[in-house]
Write a protein that binds this ligand. Sequence first.
Ligand SMILES: Cc1cc2nc3c(=O)[nH]c(=O)nc-3n(C[C@H](O)[C@H](O)[C@H](O)COP(=O)(O)OP(=O)(O)OC[C@H]3O[C@@H](n4cnc5c(N)ncnc54)[C@H](O)[C@@H]3O)c2cc1C
Length: 456
Amino acid sequence: MQYDIVIIGACTAGLYFAKRMAEQGYKVLVAEKDKKEDLAKRLRVFHMDYGEMQKYAVPKPEEGKDFLHSFKFSASRSALGKWEKYHEHTVYVMDLPAYVGRLMRWAEEYGVDFWFETAFEDVIIQNGKVVGAKLRQGEKEFTVSSRLLADCSGIAAAVRTKLPEDNLCENFKLKDSDKFYVTVNYISFLKPEKVHIRHTISWPYYKVWIAPREIESGAILGVGANMSYAYGERCLQKFLENITIPPYHIDKVERGTVPYHRPPYSFVADGFVALGDSACLTKPNNGEGVTAAWYLVDIAAEEIGYALQNEGIASAEEMWGVNVRYQTTQGAVFAELLATMTGAVDCSREENDYEFEHNLIFKNNLLNQQVDKKQEKNELIKGLLKGVLNGRMRPKTIKKLLHYSSIASKIKHHYQAFPTDMHGYAAWKLKADALWASAGSMADVVYDEGYYLNDL
Ligand SMILES: Cc1cc2nc3c(=O)[nH]c(=O)nc-3n(C[C@H](O)[C@H](O)[C@H](O)COP(=O)(O)OP(=O)(O)OC[C@H]3O[C@@H](n4cnc5c(N)ncnc54)[C@H](O)[C@@H]3O)c2cc1C
């Protein structure tokens, strides 16, 4: 069996990529291990920024089907709850399995073939190039040839992790410290007339958020932290000791993991591309991955569309533009954020409150707002020094913050200078490895048994 493109995984990344390639006239197969009726059932409710959704011209959800409700801004609050920042944007709250069903029908209209209950087993490699996949349906094992094999299998990265060691696209497996363990509690308030959660409020210090639920008398109380669900539970307990939430009971709990690791430096290899969670494409500040992945998929669909106009396997060289266009834009922004976040949470609750109060790191994010980066940097330094002088910030916290923000800025600039052809890649990668080694990870500032190292 021969397809131009074989996609592993039929969820938000795989379905959007399938549609984008099929509309260009390519023969596309999506292989999905789950049954059609179980698609995306691991999560019920999910949030998407409506402005971002519009950019990708994806189908609109409908009331009574996949659309649950929407709100117009979200907020983040300081560790002691005294200060708040606003983020103006319209957020759609949707039913994930129903919306994924809509995306699937949309892809089908463009002629995409689907094989359900079909698990990817291994890559087929010839002369160092990926030329197809070994698949399994129950007891039956068979192969399918492709000119491009796309890994859209989510955090499992089923295909990418099977690539040979020295492949252009790295085959790293995520450790516990490279993931966020997310627990979503669907809660009902015991005195519902007193509380209405109308938009998302997050407390980055505790990695906890609260969001509206489809019933007015309830909310979603979520926590996502490195290492384990148990560590996330401890973060939630610490949050509840410091921030008052009206009494509630838990109706239902959902759990899942999101990547918290830099993406592979190269998304492409000969005959291969990694997209979505398999390429660690989640937003570093909140773990959302759907529209973050579509940004890369859009670029990949254009570049791979051109590459496949030539005969044979899509080569890494022909697809190199995927890396360049992604890493120099969203890649650079996310990489900077990932490196900054470690410093931002590695402090005491009082220091986190001071950062909110003085717009250091945590700021309002308003529509049509102009940001002057130079002025922002000067204000950060001034604010931190003032914090030391008046005893609100410890020198060691400042030292760490400055260390992380300086590394983060170097990482961003390095990504912005991603080599435009493959020849400069080896040297670029070497420097990137050194920068990430000094950036560390949020997991480094976690106690196994306790809380943040600096929480006195
Ligand atoms: C609790 C939680 C809440 C979240 N909330 C949000 C949110 O509100 N908004 C947001 O934008 N993001 C959210 N995310 C992140 C978001 O869910 C992911 O970023 C997104 O679903 C990734 O899409 P994907 O298509 O790459 O992978 P997935 O959605 O994981 O899909 C991968 C697909 O591949 C299939 N597959 C896996 N292995 C194989 C194999 N060997 N063979 C064949 N098929 C295979 C799987 O069955 C699955 O259908 C949340 C994540 C969690 C855990």
